[in-house]
Every structure is written in structure tokens, then in C-alpha cells.
Design a protein around this ligand. Structure first.
Ligand code: F6P
Length: 329
């Protein structure tokens, strides 16, 4: 057991939309804490649980056999009450009552903004990025992205079989909130006819109609259009294709299917590494930090600094997509 620091007891919670690999991150936080002689308390139902004092004792055994499980054993929520000063004060009071020397929150940017408010109430905080959207600016990777991408790819491969048999057009809506990272990645992996992402704006004629036309001229008789949810509605895109080209597209909204399932090896490993580094940061007396994967290494940076930039789509990936779909823009 590694001995260090004045940190004796910490809390861990999951917040916002769940992501495959959150359980692996919880396990890692608990085991890394135990390794250092730090006690770990699980806060259930995100910031709501911190406000109401909904907690469970965690130890190395209680997080056994969860590394391979989707979802989160601590439940999650988007807390309205925590947006208020009163809610934040109540949450800080719970930390004081339970004798928590720090909080690790596993979640997305909303969860991190929550941490910033909690730290203003005198609580030491560290964030672990977990969202299938991969839209957190300061980190190259967020837990859940790889699994969600593979789930979407598998679903789209299945759709392709039937679209090919019937020589149809498929329009598939992929999650991502306001970001197109997941859609672009999935589009590259599935050899899509076109991919619509919010970062590039959508010119229906150029980005959809012309691409289907180019694919047809190249000899294709089935077409796969991937739409990031932030770039528009797959239903509307489908209607537009029908009106302009006379095709009879089938629309699939993948939705929350993408958030569930067994985490991939990559998500388990990233979650385990990030959880470990979160505990290390708290043990070293740091606060207001977010754990980031940067060029293969784990680093911790100031949360506000981390959230202040805008994450853009990968231009290199987009350039490749343009070549694959055969049209210059
Ligand atoms: O942020 C993760 C995410 O799955 C987004 O991709 C999506 O827009 C949103 O959460 C859906 O949220 P909810 O689970 O509240 O419907």
C-alpha cells in the first residue's frame, strides 16, 4: 500500500449521460484510492445524491466484476437543483458531513462545470471525462466513445446488408449532441455515401444529393447517409431525398443503443488509467483539475482552462472522408 497525503476519504460520482466504461472508471478510482490507504465513498445519482446525501461505502471487493459492465453502478442524473447556489451549498455540506477530502466526478462538460461550482464552496475536485460524444476540448479521448462508435458501426453494417439487398437508401442518425466526432468516425468506418456534421454546416444539395448522385454514377445502387444529430433530423433528410431524387429512403435513429453495452478494451483501459490519475491528483493536494489524454499520456489541467477552448472536428479525418465520398467541396 502506497502511503501519502492528508487525503483520507474521497467521494466518487457519475453525472450526465452514461457512457460505457464508467464502471471501469469507478473501479479504478476505488482501487487506486484503496492502494493509497484512502477510503472511498460512492455518491449515487450524480449531484442529486451529493445534495441529498445518497451514498454507499465502496471498497476493492464492492467494485469487483464491474470492469466489463456498461452503464454505471452509481446511477447518474442531470441535476437541476445543483444548478442553484442553494443546491451547491447543500452538496458542499454533505461533503463536510461525510468528511470527504475531495470529489471525483466522472462525466461530460456539464459535470465539470458543476465541479467548478462545487470547488467555489471549498471542496477539492477532479473530473474524469466520460461521454460518447468525445466533445471535451482538452482531452483527445473521452470514455465511452470507442464502444459507442463500434456499436453504431455494427448496427450500420447490419443495415447495409438489407439496404444492399433492396437497393435502397438508408439515413442513419448518430448521437453526439452538438458535435460531429462520433458521426464522422462512424462514417469513415462504414464507408458511408455522405456524412453530415454540425461543424461543417449542411448544404443539402452539395452534401447529400450530389454525393448520392456521384455514388450512383459510380455504379452503386444503395446509399448510406450518416447524420450527426446536431447537423439535422434524419427524418427531414430522408424526406428531402425522396422529394429530390424519388428514392424511398429508410430512416434509423440509433439513439440510446449507442450508450449501452460492454465497454471495449480501449474504454476499459482509458477509464482505468484516468481513474488512477484522478486519485493521484487529489492525493497530491490538487484541485480543480480534469484528467486529459494528450498524445498518449495522462495529464491533469485546470478545469476552466480545459473547458474554455472549442473542440473542432478533425480536419484530417474530414479530408479523408471527402476523398472517400468522391466530391471536392
Ligand atoms: O451527451 C451524451 C448524449 O448521449 C448525447 O449524444 C445526446 O444528445 C444526449 O446525451 C441524450 O441525452 P438523454 O439521455 O438525456 O436523452
Amino acid at each position: 500500500m502506497a502511503q501519502d497525503s492528508k487525503v483520507k476519504r474521497i467521494g466518487v460520482l457519475t453525472s450526465g449521460g452514461d457512457a460505457p466504461g464508467m464502471n471501469a472508471a469507478i473501479r479504478s478510482v476505488v482501487r487506486a484510492a484503496t492502494f493509497r490507504g484512502i477510503e472511498c465513498i460512492g455518491i449515487r445519482r450524480g449531484y442529486n445524491g451529493l445534495i441529498s446525501g445518497d451514498f454507499i461505502q465502496l471498497n476493492a471487493e464492492s467494485v469487483a466484476h464491474i470492469i466489463n459492465r456498461g452503464g454505471t453502478m452509481l446511477y447518474t442524473a442531470r441535476s437541476e437543483e445543483f444548478r442553484t447556489l442553494e443546491g451547491q451549498q447543500k452538496a458542499a455540506a454533505t461533503c463536510k458531513l461525510l468528511g470527504l477530502d475531495g470529489i471525483v466526478a466522472i462525466g461530460g462538460d456539464g459535470s465539470f462545470r458543476g465541479l467548478v461550482e462545487l470547488s467555489k464552496q471549498g471542496v477539492s475536485v477532479v473530473g474524469v471525462p466520460a461521454t460518447i460524444d468525445n466533445d471535451i476540448v482538452c482531452t483527445d479521448y473521452t470514455i465511452g466513445y470507442d464502444t459507442a462508435a463500434n456499436t453504431a458501426v455494427e448496427a450500420i453494417d447490419r443495415l447495409r446488408d438489407t439496404m444492399q439487398s433492396h437497393e435502397r437508401c438508408s439515413v442513419v442518425e448518430v448521437m453526439g449532441r452538438n458535435a460531429g466526432h462520433l458521426a464522422l468516425y462512424v462514417g469513415l468506418a462504414t464507408g458511408a455515401t455522405a456524412v453530415l456534421v454540425p461543424e461543417k454546416g449542411v448544404d443539402f444539395e452539395r452534401d447529400v444529393i450530389e454525393r448520392i448522385r456521384a455514388a450512383r454514377l459510380a455504379g452503386n445502387t444503395h446509399f448510406m447517409i450518416i447524420v450527426a444529430e446536431g447537423a439535422g433530423s434524419a427524418i427531414e433528410i430522408g424526406k428531402g431525398i425522396h422529394e429530390e431524387l424519388g428514392l424511398d429512403p429508410r430512416v434509423t435513429i440509433l439513439g440510446h443503443i449507442q450508450r449501452g453495452g460492454t465497454p471495449s478494451a480501449r474504454d476499459r483501459v482509458m477509464a482505468t488509467r484516468m481513474g488512477y490519475h484522478a486519485v493521484q491528483a487529489l492525493a497530491e493536494g490538487k484541485t480543480n483539475r480534469v484528467i486529459c489524454a494528450q498524445q498518449g499520456k495522462m495529464v491533469d489541467i485546470d478545469i476552466l482552462e480545459g473547458l474554455s477552448m472549442k473542440k473542432t472536428i478533425s480536419e484530417q479525418q474530414y479530408e479523408v472522408l471527402e476523398a472517400m465520398t468522391g466530391i471536392d467541396s
